[in-house]
Design a protein around this ligand. Sequence first.
Ligand code: TYD
Length: 213
Amino acid sequence: MSRGYFIVFEGIDGSGTTTQSRLLASYLSEAGLPVTRTREPGGTPVAEKIRQLVLDPSLVGVSPTAELFLYTASRSQHVEEVITPSLDRGDIVICDRYIASSIAYQGYGRGLDLAVVEQVNRLAVGECLPDATIYLHLPVEMAWARLGRRDVADRLEQTGMGLQEKVSRGYQQIAQKDPTGLVFDAQLEIDRLAERIQDELRRLWSWFPKEKE
Ligand code: TYD
């Protein structure tokens, strides 16, 4: 493998991107492939600081534009320090959220101009774009019910179900237009969903490990 492969997981809060990115990463590592698993916002010391700031429940009144810049600042640092070097050494990079999160949350959710959100992201990432983006689709009420079981809601989760509805509709538009996009029904049981994702990627790429006996 020369340059590695870049796989991104996307979906509304509670859709299971963290769980599914972890399962895919373990599957590929167990098959002996080099994997870097990471997440946004975060993934580097600077970006993790930005994560703490942007998800702090006590911060009220952060403007949508400020939010866009915070997420894209984190993304730029992440691309430079982690994603590009990992891809250059041939790793499969699995990232929990990326550009589509900006478009869905700051664009469709907070109402920023979509072209502006795309431009700012382009500036942040340069040519570093995903080879596959896995969209986990879950009805907002179900995602909300799942999140209800968590103890602490972060700032964005606190802003409510209305935002999640807009973000969910946004993701559906984004996925339709995304040539690297693969959409999955996240209502499936966790392990079944992980297998479906593996099946699709196996169909897409000849290097993808064969099914376990
Ligand atoms: P996430 O890490 O998935 O939260 P959790 O650990 O609670 O599952 O994502 C953090 C939140 O940040 C989530 O509500 C989505 C939001 N977000 C944006 O609004 N824009 C972005 O560019 C990114 C990466 C995340």
